[in-house]
Design a protein around this ligand. Structure first.
Ligand code: UT7
Length: 332
């Protein structure tokens, strides 16, 4: 049995946070943000709209597009670092309830921006082992809940949103995943960190006074390592599978910063039309960025059945992951 990428769906909140809005909140400018990141705007969930709500909306679409009943789903894996609750229950369990799916295995993955591709590797393993048939994988983030909107080094980058995909079993190797790589190096854990809440920093007055509940990032160091790691990772997966970069119609990298995407694309000698860029309108939505980008090109008719996708991502942990696979769903 093989695993195939059966369908895609996404949801973005309606509220737009533009660079002009951020100019009123911190000492920054539209010009600086655009030049350094390529971001013009990002979305923000409503106060009472949670990660599980966005995830459930994206999931409903993905399941419908796969032509399945919700009861066909036998595993739900949600990748998020902004779960509804930090300890329990898992956001996947809340999603299963919002979807009305009973008796389903459901758990979360914490791999920051790499979470969706990590979830793909889990789905692939469950399906190839024969344990599951239709796995719902989700990347969903309410990043605005952990961003300090007085910190100009992070608040300009992140946005909210969700993407979901159904990964199904198939006997047809031509529509199967070709390869998925996922890796981590915890010695760089302090590059991207939310210090609280957790057993290192349980909730206290100190946590609140020092804003330890907000995301902290060593931006420039992360940037340099991201370019180096992503380039190496993509070259490795292409070489391992004897595929040339010019044969990839859709290179879909994690949407953290346009300059990172451009540097990696250039080093692979990719043409502009091969590289998918959505960071300008959504910012960095962490685990949601890759499925949201896949959904964008599918809905616009750019991604067609059978076409090869190369995914590549990098994030807190530090973690990174890449995947090579055909899109095995129907055309939009
Ligand atoms: O998704 C997970 C992975 N995340 C990433 O891959 C993100 C990687 N990092 C980045 O995207 C970039 O490093 C940033 C966009 C965060 C920052 O860009 P940079 O070119 O690395 O800038 P920098 O941190 O080296 O800062 C340059 C200058 C500094 O001023 P001085 O010290 O040169 O006077 C900053 O204080 O820009 C200043 N600065 C800002 N100025 C206006 C930092 N943030 C801002 C801002 N507006 N928002």
């Amino acid at each position: 049995m093989y695993a195939k990428f059966h369908s895609i769906g996404a949801y973005v909140p309606s509220k737009v946070l533009s660079n002009a809005d951020l100019e009123k909140m911190v000492d920054t400018s539209d010009e600086w943000i655009l030049k350094r990141t390529g971001i013009s705007e990002r979305r923000m969930a409503a106060a009472d709209e949670y990660t599980s709500d966005m995830a459930a909306k994206a999931s409903k679409i993905a399941i419908e597009r796969a032509g399945l009943e919700r009861s066909d789903i036998d595993l739900i894996v949600c990748a998020t670092v902004t779960p509804d609750y930090f300890n329990m229950p898992a956001t996947s369990c809340i999603i299963s309830d919002k979807l009305g799916i009973k008796n389903v295995q459901a758990f979360d993955i914490s791999a920051a921006c790499s979470g969706f591709v990590y979830a793909m590797s889990v789905a692939k393993a469950f399906i190839e082992s024969g344990m599951k048939k239709h796995v719902l994988i989700i990347g969903a983030e309410k990043f605005s809940s952990i961003v300090d909107y007085t910190d100009r080094t992070t608040c300009i980058l992140f946005g909210d949103g969700a993407g979901a995909a159904v990964i199904s079993a198939t006997e047809d190797k031509s529509e199967a995943f070709i390869d998925v790589h996922a890796s981590a190096d915890g010695s760089y854990a302090d590059f991207l960190v939310t210090p609280a809440p957790g057993c290192v920093n349980p909730v206290s007055q100190k946590v609140l006074d020092e804003g330890l509940n907000f995301v902290q990032m060593k931006g420039n160091e992360t940037f340099k390592l991201a370019v180096k790691t992503l380039t190496k990772d993509v070259k490795n997966i292409l070489a391992a599978n004897k595929i040339n970069s010019e044969d990839i119609p859709h290179f879909i990298p994690h949407q953290a910063n346009y300059r990172i995407i451009k540097a990696v694309g250039d080093s692979l000698k990719m043409k502009e039309e091969q590289v998918v860029v959505t960071v300008g309108k959504y910012g960095n939505t962490s685990a949601a960025s890759i499925p949201m980008a896949i959904n964008d090109i599918w809905e616009s008719g750019r991604l067609k059945k059978g076409e090869l996708m190369l995914l590549d991502t990098f994030g807190g942990g530090l973690t990174w992951a890449s995947a090579l696979l055909p899109f095995a769903g129907e055309n939009a």
